[in-house]
Design a protein around this ligand. Structure first.
Ligand SMILES: [Mg+2]
Length: 376
């Protein structure tokens, strides 16, 4: 099997009314992402998804399309798509960083490798250690009434774990967490995600104030630039610290591990440049005595499927203790799949078909295709 074409397709899918979200990085209203199709000289096609967001990784959808068309595709056309280790090295040589773009292409390679072998991707990753993946839903950094109504909506549906976004205004953050804990009751685990929104001083003041609300974890309380300060915060609080923005690359993971700065590494294929890179980072986390938790950039169907295969295969991604953000399709108007993934309210299931186990819905793809070619 040889690669004949790598086709990047820009799409723009809005979040559902009432489910647009807000964090210390800004508001998420719609998703200008890129679907990737890898064509071969057989009838097999590999699928990938780049959940690019300029404020997150520095990538844009037009940049992703250009990187694929001008650099990655010319280097990969003619190659055997099942030689994933070699093709990763070629991509890394062609273009630095750009993790979400590389992840989309690498997803397509894994999809093809699985389809060619007739097995799900999790089988290629060493087999399945869990067949259901506990998930959590995210309450954005809204005012108290809106946050409460969102939490009630999720809990009424049957959600068993929540993450509350904070990091904009410390007093409002505290009120929001307190209010969500009140509606959730004592048994629903609740974590917070600060998205780098607090200074070190603010984080030092806030974490003790949050301890009475029984926090499952505190994600990225401060900026990613200072593992030593993150380690000091971790020493000073009983709340487990999760590193998200601090861990994009393998070198980032080494720095966080070496500083003993986190109990939990938030991981997912997009952020690290693919499934293999996610596994590498989890090996570093394991050596540091930390566990993983599946994070998210609010993926559509293909990106979520890739996350599900990694979550199903990696024993050290501890979704039973720290439920996964395997939730992107629930927030979007469309997932672009023929058959949607089984997601929520308590668990997600990994697709069972060969490869990633998902197929694109051509009507949805045509409808949500971004024909403007413009960024907002
Ligand atoms: Mg996060």
């Amino acid at each position: 099997m040889r690669i004949t074409q790598i086709e990047p397709i820009p799409v723009r899918v809005p979040l559902k009314a009432g489910l647009t979200t807000k964090t210390a990085h800004g508001e998420h209203i719609d998703s200008p992402y890129v679907i990737v199709r890898i064509h071969t000289d057989t009838d097999l096609v590999g699928l990938g998804e780049a959940t690019v967001a300029p404020r997150w990784s520095g990538e844009t959808s037009r940049g992703c399309v250009a990187a694929i068309e001008e650099l990655i595709a010319p280097a990969l056309i003619g190659a055997d798509p099942t030689q994933i280790n070699s093709l990763r090295a070629i991509m890394d040589k062609e273009i630095k960083l750009n993790p979400f773009t590389k992840a989309a292409v690498e997803m397509g390679l894994w999809d093809l490798a699985g389809k060619a072998a007739g097995v799900p991707v999790y089988q290629l990753l060493g087999g399945q250690v869990r067949d259901e993946i506990p998930i959590k839903m995210v309450v954005g950094a809204f005012d108290v009434p809106q946050a409460v109504s969102l939490a009630e909506r999720f809990l009424d549906w049957g959600v068993r774990c929540l993450k509350v976004k904070v990091g904009l205004d410390p007093e409002m953050d505290l009120q929001r967490v307190k209010a969500v804990r009140e509606v959730a009751g004592p048994t629903i685990p609740i974590g917070i995600d600060v998205n780098c929104g607090w200074s070190l001083d603010t984080a030092r003041r806030m974490l003790p104030k949050l301890e009475p609300y029984d926090m499952l974890f505190a994600e990225q309380p401060i900026s990613p630039d200072d593992p030593t300060s993150l380690a000091q915060l971790r020493e000073a609080t009983q709340i487990p610290i999760m590193a998200d923005e601090s861990v994009f690359t393998l070198a980032d993971a080494w720095l966080i591990a070496n500083a003993r700065a986190a109990d939990i590494f938030s991981v997912y294929p997009g952020k690290h440049g693919g499934l293999s890179a996610t596994l590498e980072i989890m090996h570093v986390a394991k050596a540091a005595g930390a566990v993983g938790s599946i994070g998210s950039n609010l993926e559509l169907g293909v990106g979520s499927a890739a996350m599900a295969h990694v979550a199903a295969a990696m024993p050290t991604i501890d979704s039973e203790t720290y439920p996964a953000d395997l939730i992107g399709p629930l927030y979007h108007e469309a997932d672009l799949l023929q058959t949607s993934l089984t997601l929520g309210p308590e668990v997600a299931r990994v697709p069972e078909g060969p490869g990633l186990g998902v197929e694109l819905d051509e009507d949805q793809l045509a409808h949500w295709r971004d024909k403007t070619g413009s960024e907002t």
